[in-house]
Ligand binder design. Structure first.
Ligand code: PXP
Length: 250
């Protein structure tokens, strides 16, 4: 499976961040999502935060009606969010930890301490036809706990790899991601990856075994401000495409 190209799921949260800066209607993440799909994105990701700092309930509901590829909802494991997910029924839900003060999701879920709640809520979501992913650090314990809880996917947190200041540390983090991807697969989990990926660091992650999708937000939206969303998405697709052996390229 090492040679299969991962799908690109574009996270459009930061289109909403720009809109919320003025509290108006523009730019609309729903329009942005459609442009991402037209440019070749194979999924759209949004994080409906409890504080609604970027994506709003209205966005999620409209995206459910308009997204043609796949809608992935990132959310905290709360009663409110599970209720919304069960109403909206995205194809996938990715459970993430959430702290009000953080700039972005900082670490993976503490799966072991949430195990009881996960054992209860994952079957509810799956019964509604939603695939459930857990955003985890690339270590054995959360992977084992994710498997015990019946998650479909884990999304491996690539933030430490992306933020590593030096090459040696970056290589070590990449190795950790590879080991985790293999172990997750052995445990029967499907694997996604994301956080902090950009045009320069995405290639080695796209080459990891068993990774089915990459969730990328900030780098694409930031570049879109300068070159346009269509080009920004296509350039990222090209970087991911470079990870595939020639016979696997479309
Ligand atoms: N995956 C998860 C679980 C996230 O929380 C985020 C940030 O919202 C991302 C991927 C995307 O991260 P980035 O914006 O750094 O590409």
């Amino acid at each position: 499976m090492g040679g299969v190209m991962p799908r690109l799921h574009v996270n459009v949260d930061h289109v909403a961040t720009v809109r919320q800066a003025r509290g108006g209607a523009e730019p609309d993440p729903v329009t942005a999502a459609a442009l991402c799909e037209l440019a070749g994105a194979q999924g759209i990701t949004v994080h409906l935060r409890e504080d609604r700092r970027h994506i709003q309930d209205r966005d999620l509901r409209l995206l459910r009606q308009t997204v043609k590829t796949l809608l992935n909802l990132e959310m905290a494991l709360t009663e409110e969010m599970v209720g919304i997910a069960l109403e909206v029924v995205p194809e996938e839900v990715c459970l993430v930890p959430e702290k009000r003060q953080e700039l972005t999701t900082e670490g993976g879920l503490d799966v072991a301490s949430l195990e009881e709640a996960l054992q209860r809520e994952i079957p509810r979501l799956r019964k509604a036809g939603i695939r459930v992913s857990l955003f985890v650090d690339p270590w054995p314990e959360p992977l084992e706990a994710a498997a015990r809880c019946g998650a479909d996917f884990v999304e491996l947190h690539t933030g430490r790899y992306a933020n590593a200041p030096e090459e040696a540390e970056r290589t070590e983090e990449l190795q950790r991601l590879e080991t985790a991807a293999r172990y997750a697969h052995e445990l029967g989990l499907r694997v996604n990856a994301g956080h902090g990926l950009d045009y320069d660091n995405v290639l080695p992650v796209a080459q990891l075994p068993f990774v089915e999708a990459l969730n990328i937000g900030h780098a694409i939206v930031a570049r879109a401000v300068l070159v346009g969303l269509d080009q920004a998405v296509r350039e990222m697709q090209d970087r991911i495409l470079a990870a595939a052996p020639p016979e696997a390229r479309p």
